[in-house]
Design a protein around this ligand. Sequence first.
Ligand SMILES: C[S@@+](CC[C@H](N)C(=O)[O-])C[C@H]1O[C@@H](n2cnc3c(N)ncnc32)[C@H](O)[C@@H]1O
Ligand SMILES: Nc1nc2[nH]cc(C(=O)O)c2c(=O)[nH]1
Ligand code: SF4
Ligand SMILES: [Mg+2]
Length: 210
Amino acid sequence: MSYAVKELFLTLQGEGAQTGMRAVFLRFAGCNLWTGREQDRDKAICKFCDTDFVGTDGEGGGKFAEAEALADAVAAMWGPGAVHRLVVCTGGEPLLQLDAALIGALHARGFRIAVESNGTVEAPDGIDWLCISPKAGAETVQRRGDELKLVYPQPDLLPDQVADWAFAHFFVQPMDGPEQKANIDAAIGWCLANPKWRLSLQTHKLTGIP
Ligand SMILES: C[S@@+](CC[C@H](N)C(=O)[O-])C[C@H]1O[C@@H](n2cnc3c(N)ncnc32)[C@H](O)[C@@H]1O
Ligand SMILES: Nc1nc2[nH]cc(C(=O)O)c2c(=O)[nH]1
Ligand code: SF4
Ligand SMILES: [Mg+2]
């Protein structure tokens, strides 16, 4: 199978329980909940996306014919150092493309594999850290993992609807956009009233790193 990659970059994980960790971000092209074109946003299932995942024209992006070649590009982006290797597979929707061959090739190069997924596709075996971010209007089939990260607020998907799913950590992440300030306040209010839930801020946006 070949892989369409929007971009590949080195940064710090900005969100969730692994915030602050050095990681190679592998952003796959394409998503099943939005075309990625602005003119389609209003009719998309997922309308609040903050990411350009269209095409393969970003830094380090491209079409990779083989898992080995893509894993080599991830390892080159990490650079020297055999320990603490972390790759975050995101997109777009990474589970449309991440397969056993790529999981094996990344593990063979010493990477711990984290995934950011919308949960509409069942996760393959071998993922080391699975973050699911469910979306109102889309059926979440993957209801277990390491962290659930609910973009907040989504009026048609309340935290209580997902709070009994099988995750180790539960986060609300304020929705970025025109109402960001109000959404941060609302998310703080939710966590103050509901101690099961933690606040995830998009710290890469605060610090200006990718
Ligand atoms: C761009 S998505 C890609 C991965 C996958 N498609 C998903 O939705 O989880 C990466 C993360 O950003 C979150 N996200 C997207 N748009 C956001 C926004 N406007 N505000 C806050 N988080 C957002 C998603 O919910 C997800 O947790
Ligand atoms: N620094 C940084 N952390 C992130 N965590 C999740 C991201 C994503 O877009 O999936 C993201 C991202 O785009 N940048
Ligand atoms: S599911 Fe993820 S990548 Fe797809 S449109 Fe929504 S936030 Fe963006
Ligand atoms: Mg992002």
